[in-house]
Design a protein around this ligand. Structure first.
Ligand SMILES: *Cc1c(COP(=O)(O)O)cnc(C)c1O
Length: 399
């Protein structure tokens, strides 16, 4: 946290985020254009449907969609889009969800896409009253799996683009859309964290949903974009289950401003800055005992490179997960991208750094590795025990 006054007032641990855009860390550094927009609109009255109509125009222009709107989050956008496929514009059916009066209540998803991004994709679908139908197997979904899973009860098909999903054996989006469309089923894409605002609609998706608070640097929000009729059916859910998922005027205008700023952003300069941090880490960590560093491109093709740090627990005298925990326990807390720590590595993601923080990150890692070398015993927590400790800490809140 740059603002130490704020950290003190709220009794917060200062955080340096090298994990990525994570909801549990406050997502991203909100861009100045969005902050300004939020300040401007907060004291005003607006007709929300007019403001959202304006948002629709901006979303259409940037994504190539016919229409769009802003909601509370990508998670809520997924539920709204699915609900829209169930009810279409039947206002009574909208009020009656999650109870469904028609047998058309199935949503097909590839098994390898039924992941958790912090909450299960499947639950976001089932919240609407729909039944989630698993297609294929975790690491293998063929065209026939999808084709034969679609029947007269199928209301929608959901496709997830993310580093969370199984990275092989899945249907490419264009083919997925082709098969769904052959049987008249609309395709909803969860593209929460993807930088490309046009690709998924161009591949045939009917609705795509992005997070406003991730790469865009907007306030907490979700952006729903797509074919006008499906977007309208999703929008109408504000009269039903999406009442509790609403975006206020500040989120709508803040997200519009972030979208407009995205178009003008100097992406090249940002990459240069990220590359400087990566170069610093690569050279500073290169010759440390038991450590191997390399650069790795983002797995879903976002223009983003991360620094991968592999530890050999015998040489380094510490495991990847113990090193990650030690970094997170410090002050400032350095939070690394460690969802694959059991494989012996974690990543440093440079996309949410404030100026100069990359140096603190490097120093903290070098210090922790140094501590491990000098410790009387190697720091090797059994991974199963580590998982149990994490679970206990989740359950302790607010203590
Ligand atoms: C972050 C994420 C979400 C949830 O996004 P929110 O806007 O925080 O609700 C959904 N799907 C994927 C793939 C994500 O990465």
């Amino acid at each position: 946290m740059k603002n130490t006054e704020l950290a003190q007032a709220l009794q917060l641990t200062p955080v340096i985020n090298v994990a990525g855009t994570m909801t549990y860390l406050g997502s991203s550094i909100v861009v100045p254009e969005a902050i300004e927009a939020i300040q401007k609109i907060l004291p005003e009255f607006v007709r929300m449907e007019e403001l959202q109509r304006f948002a629709s125009g901006v979303i259409a222009q940037l994504t190539g969609a016919e229409a769009g709107f802003i909601t509370a989050s990508c998670a809520s956008g997924i539920s709204m889009a699915v609900a829209g496929c169930l009810t279409q514009d039947n206002l009574l059916a909208i009020e009656q969800l999650p109870e469904l009066s028609t047998p058309k209540n199935e949503v097909v998803v590839q098994a390898g896409h039924l992941v958790s991004y912090g909450a299960p994709v499947e639950q976001g679908i089932r919240l609407t009253g729909a039944k989630c139908v698993r297609v294929g197997y975790a690491t293998q979904c063929s065209a026939y799996h999808l084709r034969q899973s679609i029947n007269e009860r199928t209301a929608a098909a959901v496709y997830v683009v993310s580093h969370h999903v199984v990275d092989h054996g899945q249907l490419p989006l264009a083919l997925f859309c082709q098969i769904a469309h052959e049987q008249g089923v609309p395709v909803i894409v969860d593209a929460a964290s993807e930088y490309d605002l046009q690709r998924f609609l161009a591949d045939g998706a009917d609705i795509v949903i992005y997070s406003g608070h991730k790469f865009l640097g907007g306030p907490t929000s979700g952006i729903v974009a797509g074919k006008k009729s499906w977007v309208r059916y999703a929008w109408l859910q504000n009269r039903g289950i999406a009442r509790g998922m609403k975006a206020g005027k500040e989120s709508v205008y803040g997200t519009i401003a972030a979208l407009q700023a995205w178009e003008k952003r100097d992406h090249h300069a940002i990459r240069e800055r990220e590359n400087r941090a990566l170069t610093l880490w690569m050279s500073g960590l290169q010759n440390l005992k038991g450590i191997r560093v390399s650069l790795e491109a983002d797995p879903t093709g976002n223009p983003l490179t991360r620094c991968k740090i592999e530890t050999d627990p015998v040489q380094a005298k510490i495991t990847a997960w113990d090193l990650s925990s030690a970094l997170a326990a410090g002050k400032p807390a350095v939070i690394v991208r460690d969802h694959q720590a059991e494989l012996g590595y974690f990543y440093l993601d440079p996309c949410n750094l404030h100026p100069e923080q990359e140096h603190i990150v490097l120093t903290r890692i070098v210090d922790e590795l140094d501590n491990a070398q000098r410790a009387p015993e190697p720091i090797i927590t059994d991974f199963g025990q580590y998982l149990l400790q994490r679970e206990q800490s989740i359950l302790r809140w607010p203590d």
